[in-house]
Design a protein around this ligand. Structure first.
Ligand code: GLU
Length: 278
């Protein structure tokens, strides 16, 4: 069994990350498996090297150990490009030229396909217009045609260790962006390709990402990748019940450590890792 913790270096880690890392580490430990650390740094505008360095130090301070090498997604872009090429070949993606403002305006219109999170405007473009705009080099994102993709794969399900068996439906997946305008890949593609390439067999992560898993399950089917199990665990909240955010530096592991808090106290505050389900 292989698990992983896959943070993005966009800020200092906080207690919620300690829980996420701890859950993955504990699950691997219990099964005599392997725990991996993967740095998800495709978002060049938001990721910073200093945070990548800091997160390794903070996790080591907590007493966690992981198998090496540590993969960095910024070094694996060609693998994501190959996956996107394959999806394009399957005819389950279309170029989307919309701006954020256009999407927001169309979704607030009464006929907008609000459930899909995208009004579908570019899905309905004619082939000639598509070719013409692509040929002209107009900037575009690449969206999944969720309904077409599911028609190709047939019915799909996935298993969450806490929430039980789940079914994938087109509405739950939505026409998500798989190739962004700026970085030409996306979280969904990178995480799916890497979890498979690293043999991750139990994907643990916070329940805020529960809604992304149908997308990943669908991508696995399209790309013929192995299917892991998932465990979406609870999030750590502040006293007001709001989930912790990376921008909240005062609650970072680093500031706890500087205030003299010991790693065992951090684990004590988080409670039992095996019981971190919803
Ligand atoms: N990199 C993602 C994040 O920082 C988590 C990826 C995952 O666990 O699927 O939120």
């Amino acid at each position: 069994m292989i698990t992983r913790f896959a943070p993005s270096p966009t800020g200092l880690l906080h207690l919620g990350h300690a829980l996420a890392a701890g859950v993955a580490w504990q699950a691997a430990e219990d099964a005599g498996g392997q725990f991996l650390l993967r740095i998800e740094d495709i978002d060049v505008g938001r990721c910073r090297e200093e945070f990548a360095v800091a997160l390794v130090e903070d996790l080591a301070w907590l007493g966690l150990r992981w198998a090496v090498p540590v993969w960095r997604q910024s070094e694996r872009l060609r693998h994501y490009a190959a996956a996107l090429e394959r999806l394009r070949g399957l005819g389950v993606m279309y170029p989307c030229f919309c701006t954020r403002q256009e999407i927001a305006a169309a979704l607030s219109a009464p006929q907008g396909e609000a459930g899909l999170g995208y009004p579908g405007s570019c899905r309905r473009l004619g082939a000639a217009e598509r070719e013409e705009r692509l040929g002209r080099g107009e900037a575009c994102a690449w969206r999944l045609d969720a309904a077409a993709a599911l028609a190709l794969t047939g019915p799909l399900g996935w298993l969450d260790m806490a929430a039980g068996p789940q079914v994938v439906d087109a509405l739950g997946v939505g026409d998500v962006v798989l190739g962004r305008k700026d970085v030409s890949t996306s979280y969904h593609v990178a995480v799916t390709v890497d979890d498979a390439a690293q043999g991750v067999s139990l994907v643990t992560r916070g329940e805020d990402l529960f809604g992304s898993t149908p997308v990943h399950r669908l991508l696995q089917a399209l790309l013929e990748l192995p299917v892991p199990r998932w465990w979406h665990h609870r999030l750590v909240c502040d006293e007001g019940g709001k989930r912790l955010a990376k921008r909240d530096a005062a609650r970072s592991l680093r500031s706890l450590r500087e205030a003299g808090v010991r790693p065992e106290e951090v684990w004590g505050r988080l409670g039992p890792l095996r019981a971190a389900s919803r």
